[in-house]
Design a protein around this ligand. Structure first.
Ligand code: F6P
Length: 465
């Protein structure tokens, strides 16, 4: 029987006490029907490379995971994926640290994934690989003889050819992506940049969403990811009863709550955001004592130097802002590096008057969609959103800002705090309708439909029509 096999670096084994794939598990929930499989890294380091996966069955789904050696993990995850690819794909060339041995490690882990997964695949399986950790996996599975449909979705942004060319193995990466039948991106802009790269670096012919290369056709298209907005809205309404949410609401003492939730990552624009909040309090003293800014940013990837530096910078900025503006009974900025349960976040989004989502670059950013879904329709808050988040392509009724400009973010926060109820309702209704329409289910369906269509049909000229 044909199975769907999902592959990602992190695997969200239900109820297991290991790292999860975050929003991915929620986004793909509908696809995890009995008989399907999810394959990836166990989250554990071992002394020997894995030859056999550990298998866990939950609700008819098989979760197959392998351990990595510390050395493999260093080259693959710390070195190439997060030390070179991540900064490059987030337009931060200056932070890209390319080392040939890291790339070799990245290839070796993908080869190991292909060997172990290849041993479990049946000829009529469909494989859907996720994110920048697994770019070469498709080619490696093909080399091992797998002939079924192969798809790849990139959760992070993609860059134009002039930027990708700085990566010494750019051509190999683009060729590897072209080994898949379908390659999905968060926005049309990223899909177009990829097709441009394939054209310029590999001489691929581009017609609409299709690439023709070495007698094969590859579809490279935009498939924006969404959330289960209905369920999140219910969760948020329920979560206002959550003890912690009630404690936060009580501690506000009638003040407005501005809320930001981000993994602690330099792509999230956190120093600029803190700076912006300081500017707001400086230039608009009328908001002092009337607002609390709560920034939750769970620590992340601390093996990478740049992430440790960011943490030190945020500690310093928090101290500066609170030192300057605090009063004995009012602390303007609350900053926590602890992760919070999903339900608590939903409740905090619901009581937030401003959602501050200002990444310098982001594939999509689901926090923006969650904030909208969580808000009460009758008295909604306002979303301040970076123009460089994929979500800004859809959520155009948010207050769209340039995240590199702290004054612009401060102006938007001021506008949000002063916005009349009628305008807040009007903007929110439009945004909520979009978030309810562009769901996780729709995202999955589009991708699976694209993968289900045999890659050689329709003929190239019709496909572009
Ligand atoms: O945004 C890309 C992404 O891979 C997400 O899918 C995931 O939630 C996040 O980064 C986590 O990163 P890591 O696995 O490095 O902790």
């Amino acid at each position: 029987m044909a199975r769907l096999v999902i592959v990602s670096n992190r695997v969200p084994i239900p109820k297991a006490r290991i790292a999860t794939a975050g929003g991915l598990a929620v986004a793909l929930r509908d696809l995890l029907t009995p008989g399907s499989m999810w394959f990836g890294w166990s989250g554990r380091l071992a002394s020997e490379p894995a030859a056999q996966p550990a298998l866990v069955e939950a609700r008819g789904v098989t979760y197959a995971t392998i351990d990595l050696t510390a050395e493999a993990h260093r080259g693959f995850y710390v070195g190439f994926a997060n030390g070179a690819l991540w900064p490059l794909l987030h337009f931060r060339l200056g932070l890209m640290r390319f080392r040939r041995e890291d790339y070799e490690g990245y290839l070796a882990v993908n080869r190991n994934f292909a060997a172990v997964l290849g041993g479990m695949l049946q000829p009529d399986d469909t494989v859907w690989a996720h994110d920048y950790h697994l770019i070469p996996l498709g080619r490696m599975l093909r080399r091992r003889g797998f002939g079924g449909p192969l798809g790849f979705f990139l959760h992070v942004p993609f860059v134009p050819p002039s930027m990708l060319e700085a990566m010494p193995v750019a051509r190999e990466l683009v060729a590897d992506l072209c080994a898949y039948d379908v390659v999905g991106f968060q926005t049309e802009e990223h899909a177009r940049d990829f097709r441009d790269c394939a054209q310029r670096m590999l001489g691929a012919a581009v017609e609409g969403e299709w690439l023709r290369l070495n007698g094969r056709r590859v579809r490279a298209f935009a498939d924006p990811i969404g959330i289960d907005a209905q369920a999140f809205a219910h969760e948020a309404a329920r979560a206002v009863g959550d003890k912690l949410v009630q404690r936060v609401a009580g501690s506000l003492a009638g003040r407005a709550l501005a809320v930001g939730v981000d993994r602690m990552d330099y792509s999230k624009g956190l120093p600029q955001r803190f700076e912006a909040y300081g500017r707001l309090l400086e230039r608009h003293p009328e908001h002092r004592r009337k607002i609390h800014f709560l920034q939750i940013c769970p620590r992340s990837r601390e093996e990478v130097d740049e992430y440790r530096r960011l943490r030190a910078e945020l500690d310093r900025l928090t101290g500066r802002i609170n030192g300057r503006f605090s009063e004995f009974d009012w602390t303007p900025l609350r900053y926590s590096t602890r992760a919070a349960p999903r339900a608590t976040l939903a409740g905090l989004f619901r009581i937030g008057r401003i959602g501050v989502v200002t990444p310098l670059r982001d594939g999509m950013n689901l926090v923006a969609k969650e904030f909208i879904a969580a808000q009460p329709d009758e008295d909604p808050g306002v979303l301040v959103l970076s123009r460089f988040a994929g979500a800004a392509h859809e959520l155009t009724e948010a207050l769209i800002v340039n995240p590199f400009d702290p004054d612009a973010i401060a102006d938007a926060m001021h506008q949000a705090l002063s916005m009349p109820l009628a305008e807040r309702r009007h903007r929110h209704a439009a945004l909520k309708a979009k978030v309810l329409r562009t769901t996780a289910q729709a995202y999955c369906r589009r991708f699976i439909d694209a993968l289900g269509a045999p890659p050689v049909t329709p003929p190239l000229s019709q496909a572009a029509a």
